[in-house]
Design a protein around this ligand. Structure first.
Ligand SMILES: C[S@@+](CC[C@H](N)C(=O)[O-])C[C@H]1O[C@@H](n2cnc3c(N)ncnc32)[C@H](O)[C@@H]1O
Length: 348
């Protein structure tokens, strides 16, 4: 018999929980692939009907849903009737911050990248570089469907963050905002909706911005919102009072991140402001639970961009990059949810 100390026992139990944590993730992805959350959004449904509508085995499906009910995703009523809980609603397509597009990415090419983590750690290269010799964003320029799901996932993820950011940060002093790498423009739209005096430009690669043409054509923001296309390693639109880089630097290694900052600096007048929005990464030795999201996202970045690619950073690390590109930090707002909003101006 092994003698286990209380500490060893606890460690071994926690280790198993971490190890098996991919099972609820996989179960949720299956729920997303089968469209079950949207079915249950129509009302509580019995397992036989769900199995028939999804073309699945009723016994297997019941076990999947029952386990997820223990995690709070569903409620199981009498006679195997399942209903959505508020947690489960977050997987419906109608939820404003729906996780459904993220689940679709995990079910598809992003999950396939996670499966290659061993090879990514061995080689340091991203799976997209290994298989196609191109970066994720170049790959997405050639895959319209992936691009659309990615933009949707980014927009719905931002919906989670924007209320807090708009409460904490006063945008009213910036009449023109350039949202650099602004994807589907969710962030910029929220700023413009809150501030009728502000206008803005969302700037991104052609694959992202072309998806917005239809939306912009029937725009309620009456000409205050426009779209520009290009490569932020070459140039970004000039004339902004605020240059927003939301979840941009964390996609790139230090050298590329500095290049993006330099392109912004070139476009900016001396009195314009740069704003970097990213998660706060843990400093060495920190184990605070509030940093778990950034640690998860750093693994996410590693799996997509390789060892020396996208990464979460501390404010001090961002400060070094800003300094190299000719900026001086004027303010750091560390928000309770774990986001950093860093403002900087051109250094004298
Ligand atoms: C992680 S997303 C961030 C989107 C949005 N700003 C947000 O906060 O959710 C990164 C964005 O950078 C854009 N991007 C990547 N490479 C780019 C390039 N070379 N030029 C312009 N935009 C680029 C991507 O298309 C994508 O929309």
């Amino acid at each position: 018999m092994y003698e286990l100390s209380a500490e060893q026992r606890e460690a071994a139990a926690v280790m198993r929980r971490l190890l098996y944590a991919q099972l609820p993730s996989r179960a949720l992805v299956v729920v997303a692939q089968l469209g079950i959350a949207d079915m249950l959004a129509e009302g509580p449904t019995d397992i036989a009907t769900l199995a028939e509508r999804t073309g699945t085995d009723a016994v297997a499906l019941a076990r999947l849903l029952r386990s997820l009910a223990v995690f709070g995703v569903f409620e199981e009523g009498a006679e195997q009737v399942y209903a959505l809980t508020p947690l489960g609603e977050a997987l419906t397509s109608g939820h404003p911050a729906s996780a459904l597009p993220s689940a679709t990415l995990v079910a598809g090419q992003f999950g396939a990248a996670w499966d290659q983590l061993l090879e990514t750690v061995r080689t340091g290269q991203s799976p997209f570089e290994r298989s196609r010799g191109i970066s994720l964003f170049t790959h997405m320029e050639q895959d319209e469907e992936l691009r659309a799901v990615f933009d949707d996932s980014q927009g719905r993820g931002l919906a989670l963050e924007l209320d807090e950011i708009l409460r904490a940060i006063d945008f009213s002093g910036y009449p023109t905002v350039v949202d650099v790498g602004g994807s589907d423009g969710t962030f910029l739209r929220k700023i413009l909706e809150a501030h009728p005096g502000i206008s803005g430009i969302v700037f991104d690669l052609p694959g992202s911005t072309s998806l917005q043409a239809e939306r912009t054509a029937r725009d309620p923001l009456e000409g205050r919102y426009s779209v520009a296309t290009g490569d932020f390693f070459d140039s970004v639109p000039a004339g902004g009072d605020l240059y927003l880089l939301s979840h941009i630097l964390h996609d790139w290694d230090d050298d590329r991140a500095v290049q993006i900052l330099r392109t912004c600096r070139t476009a900016m007048s001396d009195d314009a402001t740069l704003m970097v929005v990213d998660l706060i990464a843990a400093d060495r030795g920190q184990r605070d639970e509030r940093l778990h999201t950034a640690a998860l996202m750093d693994l996410y970045m590693l799996s997509l961009f390789g060892g020396n690619g996208g990464q979460e950073r501390t404010a001090a690390q961002v400060e070094v990059l800003l300094g190299k590109a000719g900026f001086r930090i004027t303010r750091v707002d560390a928000l309770p949810s774990g986001m950093n909003v860093i403002r900087a101006v051109p250094a004298a």
